[in-house]
Design a protein around this ligand. Structure first.
Ligand SMILES: [Mn+2]
Length: 262
């Protein structure tokens, strides 16, 4: 079997090549310390998947990948609403405070993504934890830019149906799941765990409600960190979530979740 995308086996800068028209899982080679090159490669793969009118399912990697995935949607219309399931806002400034240079990190990907012309809005669900002054600033800035925020405690109080109903109506949704939206007692294998997260059933119900309420045009799952995991608990839970969400999307939109060719 020939792979769909041939990536360089060495960490050089050779361009991504599409080799055949069949869709198969593929890895994107991430050259160490070359974040922008990695992000460009991810964008190219997502664009190739969408060109084939298929549904991208992207597995991280840290959360910085989501910005590059969203860049791959530039040719899709109408615009996408981003649903961000995460313990954190990921809305830190886009420049490094010490160097002043543009930075692409897991803590600031939404601040980049919100400026993409084809992203119509953002809803954050599951936020919690302790905010320092920088965090407060980020939240204020996010709200100023129209981001809707549903904290973990509020979300748990109102339940999946009401959370999904509170998400602004849009014709297309892109969903990103940071595994740290789960409670760390259930998903310990992640870099920045925060107590007070969701149970598996709560996330599953929420994903099902999102799939019923709108048309999901792709999703990713990020921040699973096997070295931090215990007995593969987090990896297993993450794979269950992916399968459950795929099932919910295709059950809700059997014909239109993936657009038919022609
Ligand atoms: Mn995140």
């Amino acid at each position: 079997m020939s792979p769909l995308w041939e990536f360089p086996t060495t960490w050089d800068t050779a361009p991504t090549r599409v080799r055949d028209s069949a869709l198969r899982p593929c890895d994107v080679v991430a050259p160490p310390a070359q974040i922008e090159l990695t992000l460009d490669r991810i964008t190219a793969v997502v664009e190739a998947i969408l060109d084939r009118r298929a549904l991208p399912v992207v597995l991280g990697g840290d959360h910085s990948i989501t910005f590059s995935v969203l860049r791959g949607y530039r040719k899709t219309a109408p615009k996408l609403h981003l649903i961000h399931l995460d313990a954190h806002h990921d809305f830190s400034p886009t420049t490094d405070p010490s160097s002043g240079r543009l930075s692409f990190r897991h803590g600031n990907y939404i601040r980049h993504a919100i400026d993409l012309p084809w992203v119509s809005g953002v809803t954050m669900i599951g936020l919690r934890g302790i905010l320092g002054p920088r965090g407060e600033e980020a939240i204020q800035e996010a709200r100023k830019r129209g981001v809707q925020i549903v904290s973990a405690s509020h979300a748990i109080q109102i339940g999946a149906e009401k959370i999904a109903a509170s998400i602004p109506k849009a014709e297309r949704y892109y969903v990103t799941i940071d595994i740290d939206v789960m409670d760390p007692s259930l998903a310990p294998g992640t870099g920045t765990p925060v107590p007070g997260g969701f149970t598996y059933c709560q996330v599953r119900e929420l994903l099902a409600a999102i799939a019923v309420n709108g048309r999901v045009l792709g999703f990713d799952l990020t921040e699973v960190s096997p070295p931090n995991d215990f007995e593969s608990t987090t990896s297993r839970l993450a794979s269950y979530l992916v399968i459950e969400f795929l099932g919910a999307i295709f059950k809700a939109r059997p014909v239109s979740a993936v657009e038919k060719r022609g």
